[in-house]
Write a protein that binds this ligand. Sequence first.
Ligand code: HEM
Length: 498
Amino acid sequence: MQAGGHWLWGHEYEAWSTTDGEFYINNVNELGQAFAMKGGLFLAVTDPAAISHIYSKHPYEYLKSQIIRPLIDRLIGKSLVWAEGDQHKRQRQMLAPVFTNENVKNMDEEVHNAADKLVDVLREHIHTERVTEKDGSVSVNILEWSCRATLDIIGNVGFGYDFQCGRSEEAKAIQQSWRELVLMGMGFMGFAAPLVVRAFPFITDLPVRAIQNQGEIKTIIKKLAMQLIEQRRAMQSDEGMKNGKDLMSTLLKLNEKAEGADLDQLLDHICTFVMVGHETTSAAINFSLLELARHPEMQEKLRKEVTEFVGSGPGGEPTYEEYQKELPYLDAVCKEGLRMYPPASHAERIAMIDDVLPLRFPITTASGEQVHSIRVTKGQHINIPTIAINRNTTVWGPDAEVFRPERWLEHGGVPAASSLTQGWSGIFTFIEGPRICIGYRLALFEYKVIMSALLKNFEFKDTGAKLATQFSSTLQPFVEGQKHDGVQIPLFVRDLHQ
Ligand code: HEM
């Protein structure tokens, strides 16, 4: 058991409020890869064998908590993120064909168009700003920009809707609502609410404005998707509508074959893709840009690679396959960014059975005994701090907390597979097992296309602002001492072609 902790909420406040998962990282380094926390009676686990046991071998015996599921439903509906057990298996089987390599490859045009539009609107913004640095760069909160492209992509590939690079009323409403939710989660209420809901679960149904507002984004997206379905029905036959290229058309086709699936659930799927797909991907891009701004030599190296490479796609752009195989430094920056800053930086599961968690790295108990497994009882809350898994010094070495893309290119730079979790590239950012992020191929493709477009056109420089992060739905950055100003990553941005 970790020592100390508040008399009422144990270690939970410390864990919730420290930056970059520091609480977990420090404890893992000191106590080992599994330790008990006072408070909500959590067991924190980062050990790869225990993680694999929970996520890959027994995913339906370790479930999301009853606190989180009503919130997920309210925010994005009863789709994959919400479903458990057989319901999840059925939904996953139905949705898996949507995000295959082949399908993501076919999203190429939408992804490139969105990246190009982002470059245009960012350029326009820079040139209309009056306050510039000596070199002509402008201070920009990059958070407000990259999400425009990722929302555009998922709008287009999801249901053929154009969010106009953040300019449509719906895009503005979604962003506004999301920011409010995130800010609420970062205030004291964000910490206290889960504790209260744990004690009084019915509270999630109370007609309290802050709670009911969580449904706003779902309402906007479902309304838009329904309007589009009706428009298409009015314009063409049902057959024509199902032959569209977007995910909604694919789902309409699959929907017919799937037993028990209905239109409302289809809209929940669309809503889920839009929300979990766009914020996470833009967060990944933002944190990488921050690190590249802090390391100009890495930024220049990456710019050189993406500028000099002549691909076999239209206009010399790399093709989907070339983005995967022919741009090694871009790949390394992408992996390192996702390792250091997993957007979904924390997760929680509840044991549904009495069980034993195996440990790859034995731990020493307070009495000095070395143990190779931990007994858990039904109802045990388990905290899985992804950020601490990805930055674990025992596994990644003393520079685990340093952004160093080169490690992915060096012989022996990446730890042996047996010390790592089994997700994509041995990091836990997309988790592992049957619930691994269904959209990860699309996310990686978007990341690479958007990052290349931005670096070819702009230079990013550190403003010197001291940043901290906190988990609120996803990993949120803010300027230290200025949390009330909202989430931000301020960067100086200069147009390279002016
Ligand atoms: C860098 C970007 C992304 C990251 C870091 C990310 C991360 C994750 C993580 C950690 C989970 C597992 C959550 C859990 O069970 O605890 C997840 C699940 C999911 N993600 Fe992503 N995601 C990203 C992009 C996307 C995109 C682009 C889409 C779709 C358009 C998407 C759709 C989903 C869905 C539907 C699930 C639920 C899967 C299931 O439970 O079977 N994600 N994602």
